[in-house]
Design a protein around this ligand. Structure first.
Ligand code: NAD
Ligand code: LMR
Length: 335
C-alpha cells in the first residue's frame, strides 16, 4: 500500500516537465499580479519577466517569494527579449494599452496591433515551439495578427496559439453564483465566440440554470463586464487583478495538460473549423488541452433560440475583427 503510494508519487514527480513560462508586459497592471500567481504555481520551474520598463524590478521583488521556481527579469532590448523567450514552454502576452471610459476594445487596435505583431515576431524567432497566450486587446484581432506573423515565418502551429477568454468564463460563473446564491466552483458556464461585447456569448442553456438564457440583464453583464471595471477605474485602466487570475488559470490548464492530466477543458479563442465556411477562422468554444496544446475543439453543442440569436450577432462582428488583424499584418509586415 505504502510502497505503491511512494511509487505513484515518484512517478508523478518524474513525469512532471520542467516548465519555463515567460510574461511579456510583466510590469503592467496585469503583468505583475499574473507573474506573482505564476510564481505560486508549483508546475512553473522558471519564470522570465520582460517589459519595456520595469521587468528586472518586478522580477527581483517576486523572486523573494519562497517557492522553488527561479525568476529572472530581462533588459528591454532585443537580446533581452530573445533571452527571456529562449526555451519557454508558455509565453503570455499582456503587453499593450488598456481602455479608458468611452473606448471600445477595437479603439486599442492602432496602438496594440504593432506591439503584439513585434512581440509575436520575437516569439516566432526565439520560441517558435511555445504555447502562446494572447491577453492584449482586441483579442479578436491580436490573435489573427500572431497567426499571420507565424505563418510568414513558416512556424505557425494552430494548436499552440490561444486568445485568453477565460475572464469571460470566470465572470459568468461568478455572476450566476451571485444570482443563485451558489458556490461559483459549481457554476461552470461555457462562453463561446470572441472577447468583446456582442462577440461574447454565454451559453446558460448548457448550465445548471438553463432558464438564465432569457435573463437579458445577465447576458449583457457577461458581454459588457469589462466596461463595468473600466468605468469604476475611471481612467486608470481596465481589469487587471481578475484578469491575472484568469490568465493564471489558463496557463495552469496548459501546464496540467502538459503533465499528462486528461480531460482538461477550457473555452479559448483558437483557429477553429466551426465557422470556417463563413470565413471565420478563429472562434472560442470548449477546447480540450493536451501536451501539444489544442487536443480537441468541441462543437458549440445544443443551444436555445435566445443563444442562436446571440451567435448570429457575434459572427458578423467577429468576422470583421479577424479580417482587420489579418489585413494589418499583410499591409504592415514591419521589419
Ligand atoms: N483578454 C482579456 O480578457 C483582457 C482583460 C484585461 C485586459 N486586457 C488587455 O491587456 C492589455 C494590458 O492591460 P494592463 O491593464 O496590464 O495595461 P498596463 O498599461 O497596466 O500594462 C501594460 C504593460 O505592457 C508594457 N508594454 C508596452 N509595450 C510593450 C512591449 N512592446 N513589450 C513589452 N511590454 C510592453 C507596458 O510597459 C506595461 O507595463 C490591454 O490591452 C488590455 O486591454 C485583456
Ligand atoms: O474591458 C477591457 O477592456 C479589458 C478586458 O478585455 C476585460 O474584459 O475586462
Amino acid at each position: 500500500m505504502l510502497a505503491s503510494r511512494i511509487q505513484r508519487r515518484a512517478f508523478s514527480a518524474s513525469a512532471r516537465n520542467l516548465s519555463k513560462v515567460a510574461v511579456l508586459g510583466a510590469a503592467g497592471g496585469i503583468g505583475q499580479p499574473l507573474s506573482l500567481l505564476l510564481k505560486l504555481n508549483t508546475r512553473v520551474t522558471e519564470l522570465a519577466l520582460y517589459d519595456i520598463r520595469g521587468g528586472p524590478g518586478v522580477a527581483a521583488d517576486i523572486s523573494h517569494v519562497n517557492t522553488k521556481s527561479t525568476v529572472k527579469g530581462y533588459d528591454p532590448t532585443p537580446s533581452g527579449l530573445a533571452e527571456a523567450l529562449k526555451g519557454s514552454d508558455i509565453v503570455l502576452i499582456p503587453a499593450g494599452v488598456p481602455r479608458k471610459p468611452g473606448m471600445t476594445r477595437d479603439d486599442l487596435f492602432n496602438t496594440n496591433a504593432s506591439i503584439v505583431r513585434d512581440l509575436a515576431k520575437a516569439v516566432a524567432e526565439s520560441a517558435p515551439e511555445a504555447k502562446l497566450l494572447i491577453i492584449s486587446n482586441p483579442v479578436n484581432s491580436t490573435v489573427p495578427i500572431c497567426a499571420e506573423v507565424f505563418k510568414a515565418r513558416g512556424v505557425y502551429n494552430p494548436k499552440k496559439l490561444f486568445g485568453v477568454t477565460t475572464l469571460d468564463v470566470v465572470r459568468a460563473s461568478r455572476f450566476v453564483s451571485e444570482i443563485k446564491g451558489t458556490d461559483p466552483k459549481d457554476e461552470n458556464i461555457t462562453v463561446i465566440g470572441g472577447h468583446s461585447g456582442v462577440t461574447i456569448v454565454p451559453l446558460f442553456s448548457q448550465s445548471n440554470h438553463p432558464e438564465l438564457s432569457s435573463n437579458a440583464e445577465l447576458v449583457n453583464r457577461v458581454q459588457f463586464g469589462g466596461d463595468e471595471v473600466v468605468k469604476a477605474k475611471d481612467g486608470a485602466g481596465s481589469a487587471t487583478l481578475s484578469m491575472a487570475f484568469a490568465g493564471a488559470r489558463m496557463a495552469d490548464a496548459l501546464l496540467r495538460a502538459a503533465d499528462g492530466e486528461k480531460g482538461v477543458i477550457e473555452p479559448t479563442f483558437v483557429e477553429s473549423p466551426l465557422y470556417k465556411d463563413q470565413g471565420i477562422e478563429f472562434f472560442s468554444t470548449n477546447v480540450e488541452l493536451g501536451p501539444n496544446g489544442v487536443e480537441k475543439i468541441h462543437p458549440i453543442g445544443n443551444i436555445d433560440a435566445n443563444e442562436q440569436k446571440l451567435v448570429e450577432a457575434c459572427l458578423g462582428d467577429l468576422k470583421k475583427n479577424i479580417a482587420k488583424g489579418v489585413a494589418f499584418v499583410q499591409e504592415n509586415p514591419g521589419n
